[in-house]
Design a protein around this ligand. Sequence first.
Ligand SMILES: Nc1ncnc2c1ncn2[C@@H]1O[C@H](COP(=O)(O)OP(=O)(O)O)[C@@H](O)[C@H]1O
Ligand SMILES: [Mg+2]
Length: 388
Amino acid sequence: MAKPAKKSEETAAPPVSEILKEPAEIKYAHELEALRQNEKDEVPAAWKLSPRSVLAYIVGTKKPLTATINGAQVEVPITRKFFGDDTIVERSIVTLASERALLLVGDPGTGKSWLSEHLAAAISGCSTLTIQGTAGTTEEQIKYSWNIARIIAEGPKPENMIASPCMISMRKGAIFRFEEITRCVGDVQDALVSICSDKAIAVPELPGDAMVFAKPGFNIIATANARDQGVNELSAALKRRFNYVHIPVVADQKTEVEIVRTRSKELLERYKIAARVEEPVLKLLATVFREMRNGVTAEGVNVQKPSTTLSTAEAIGVALDAAIHSRYFGSGVVGADSIGRNLVGSIVKEDLDDVKVLKEYLSLVAKKRGEGDAQWKAFYEAAISAIK
Ligand SMILES: Nc1ncnc2c1ncn2[C@@H]1O[C@H](COP(=O)(O)OP(=O)(O)O)[C@@H](O)[C@H]1O
Ligand SMILES: [Mg+2]
């Protein structure tokens, strides 16, 4: 009798505490479970939650939900994951409940992948069936490939087929995520046309015109950068099969501060860094990003814009670097000076001329503000000496 295969140490999933980045459905499992227990609406076929609960999971609820988690009755707060216009999230959910696939378009760092992950986690309970589009993505990676050694030995059999994340989603009736779709070449993108319209993949290598059909619950969330250079625009055929939802750069400063606050706190917890970015420092960081991005200051002074996109994600990165820096090499308090020191790398990326742009901002705006404000003074001095 054959012995059962021993689970090797490499393949066994590590305990949750040993996963560097838990997928949303694991990290927020208690929230998803609380929403499930409090479900009052009809749940679409093969969805884990009703559209209303999916929305609640992504935009948060005012009051915590009472639920039984691990046998104990507890109050579970549903936190806001995506900040911004809630109608964007609503439209995305409506699309996913329809025949059409969803394309989230926008500037880099506006939270497209983040929203896509949370949508998949709430709707299918699985956000990891994902392909990252690149110039080298092939049609096989979207559909299926073969275990060549076994094909040679045994010929094409269903067991010798290697299903793509897309095919697995179809079989499970789950959401498939396609990141950065416009970085793939047109021919590869067009492999999705038949998947979107027929909801099936033909496997001509197998006998009897084999087809893999999608179960209810299958749909696609793709993301695309509006700014990316060398993008391959979707073909007209594919465009028709997607609903476009545009994700704008966060419009108001209060929301941006909130995003940077919550996300940097979460990331610092993940890396077990005991440091905190105080409110005035967060505000200063958000102000610098906003003013340089818009090319105009709060006082109405025009400043040059750098060529890099100053996204919210970049601001989170600066806050995080500053916090890690102060934890290991400073006092542990994230001051405006740490922000100044860590800002340069995120503004000067593509174009060295951006150094000039930053210098102009510093001497025109930050220096002046520093005359009456200790935070701005510390920021100015640290940033200017980091450039030199
Ligand atoms: N509107 C937003 N709401 C919540 N988080 C956001 C938002 N915009 C950006 N972020 C954060 O910025 C980071 C990068 O976002 P990401 O989804 O990777 O951007 P994109 O895919 O649009 O390039 C994530 O940590 C995300 O949490
Ligand atoms: Mg992305």
